[in-house]
Design a protein around this ligand. Structure first.
Ligand SMILES: Cc1cc2nc3c(=O)[nH]c(=O)nc-3n(C[C@H](O)[C@H](O)[C@H](O)COP(=O)(O)OP(=O)(O)OC[C@H]3O[C@@H](n4cnc5c(N)ncnc54)[C@H](O)[C@@H]3O)c2cc1C
Ligand code: SF4
Length: 352
């Protein structure tokens, strides 16, 4: 039996783990948090279907609960490459050894406080798309910080994406459709509210995204305004005034809102101790892990036996992530079937 260690127990890691286990390999998933599921834990309902995230999350977790070795709350302190594969040192002096290592550590979310001019962390009625998703999940009503039902809600696109100033020139890909979904959900919860969506471009690239966008426009009367936000200010009563430039009319505009939602983007993991740097791997021009070749080797990292999949190489939908996880599992299986050697599954190292 050959062994595979997977770092990151999100959508990509769990799906790849289940497939590799079914193919007959010893699989260990190493997750830094106390629970599996990654970002999916944070989302309430998914685009474009608007189905709740719960059943998918449960299915992904259930398919690894038998047979796959799961290590949570794991802090990786070092990774060594040897002739047989990899030795992964984690907290509490544990050592996981494996013939193949798969990285599925996903991405970070842009810290909205960095766009100070938009007022997140300063004005209470400025929230992010992640905060809104948490609110939907909680089942609580949508209220302003002053306890009122909002009558005018605005969504601002491309916060921390397509923005050279914050070092994120790339498009985060999923936030246009997330904004459309969330705008519909807000209108359903607040039928008398006006909902505005300020966009640079609307990127409805996926299957059935266009239909959801049309539904938002014609059924739910979301008002789409092509504009860039310059600044948000707080009025004395706690409502917000935003200053935007309408890029179709080429005119500056001021609008009052009760609640402003910032569509925060996806960015590469850059913080200390991230594995891309620990392993000395190459990053792309936008900072995501660079695969060996985008077309012919999208899951290879340039290091023999080290693979990658999911959000670690760039923004992806769950559908795309699942497809990558299945594909990388098949590729790893092919690689392992050509190898003869075997090393153990998990060992404990003695404290010195
Ligand atoms: C606001 C927002 C809403 C979204 N909504 C949708 C939607 O409705 N539909 C859709 O298709 N897609 C949606 N997406 C995209 C979706 O979240 C991604 O496709 C998916 O999360 C990618 O899965 P992943 O496994 O690659 O990464 P993640 O979900 O980020 O999982 C990575 C896992 O790795 C772990 N990890 C990270 N570093 C380490 C480490 N050093 N050691 C151990 N473990 C580590 C993390 O804790 C996490 O569990 C949304 C994205 C955003 C930003
Ligand atoms: S997906 Fe849309 S909101 Fe997100 S960065 Fe790209 S254009 Fe901007």
């Amino acid at each position: 039996m050959k062994s595979v260690a997977i770092i990151g127990g999100g959508v990509a890691g769990l799906e790849a783990a289940a497939k590799l286990y079914k193919m007959g390999h010893a699989v260990t998933v190493i997750e830094k948090n106390d629970q599996l599921g990654g970002r999916l834990n944070q989302w309430h309902a998914l685009f474009p279907t608007r189905k709740p995230s719960g059943p998918l999350l449960m299915q992904l977790k259930e398919q690894v609960c038998e047979g796959v070795n799961i290590v949570v709350n794991a802090h990786i302190t070092g990774i060594e490459k040897n002739d047989d594969g990899f030795a992964i040192k984690i907290s509490n002096n544990r050592l996981i050894t494996a013939n193949v290592l798969l990285l599925t550590t996903g991405f970070d979310i842009f810290e909205a406080e960095r766009k100070e001019e938009y007022g997140y962390g300063i004005y209470e009625n400025v929230i992010t798309s992640v905060d809104l998703e948490q609110l939907f999940k909680s089942g609580n009503p949508i209220l302003t910080a002053q306890g009122k039902t909002p009558e005018r809600v605005g969504f601002i696109q491309c916060v921390g994406s397509r923005d050279e100033k914050v070092g994120n020139p790339h498009c985060s890909k999923v936030c246009c459709i997330t904004a459309v979904k969330q705008a519909i959900e807000v209108r359903e919860m607040l039928p008398s509210a006006e909902v505005f969506l300020y966009y640079m471009d609307l990127r409805m690239f996926g299957r059935h995204f266009e239909e959801l966008y049309k539904e938002a426009q014609f059924k739910h009367r979301i008002q789409f305004i092509r504009a860039r936000l310059s600044e948000a200010f707080e009025n004395p009563d706690g409502t917000l005034q935003i200053r935007i430039e309408d890029t179709l009319l080429a005119k500056p505009l001021k609008m009052n809102l009760d609640l402003l939602v910032l569509m925060v983007g996806i960015q590469p993991q850059k913080k200390d101790g991230n594995l891309v740097d620990m392993l000395g791997l190459e990053r792309d021009s936008d900072g995501f892990l660079k695969p060996e070749d985008q077309y012919t080797a999208p899951f290879k990292t340039g290091m023999r036996g080290l693979y990658c999949a999911g959000g670690i190489t760039g923004p992806k939908t769950i559908e795309e992530t699942l497809i990558e996880a299945r594909a990388v599992a098949a590729e790893i299986n092919g690689f392992l079937s050509r190898r003869k050697s075997f090393i153990g599954h998990e060992q404990f190292v003695m404290e010195l």
